[in-house]
Ligand binder design. Sequence first.
Ligand code: ZN
Length: 137
Amino acid sequence: MGREDMILTVKTTAQTELVDITAEVQKVVRTSDVGDGLCMVYVPHTTAAVTINESADPSVKADILMVLNKIIPWDAGYRHLEGNSAAHVKSSLVGASELIAIEKGGLVLGTWQGIFFCEFDGPRTRKVHVKVLHLPS
Ligand code: ZN
């Protein structure tokens, strides 16, 4: 008790895509029976990431992808022979993990916040590790 590990599977359907995984992460937290603690969401991939942003208006995730695709074009004379350097750069910029507070058994997220898995070289089947840590009060 007090610690729960869970690996979520995310199937993406486009080359670049933001997938709202808030409900799945919240479910792991709720079933872990941790009152106060921390939830780490970690993506073990070099061409994907995780971020927290507005989930109410889907235009926001579209705009995030639009800007990332604009500032990090797919073709830009990269050296990496696999041909997916843009995805690697996006992965590092956005980041592989998020840490979210848990209070009263649930994630502390703002009204408009959601947790998004970020696909940058899809479509693929991806993993997201969710670790719930209990903080004794
Ligand atoms: Zn590569």
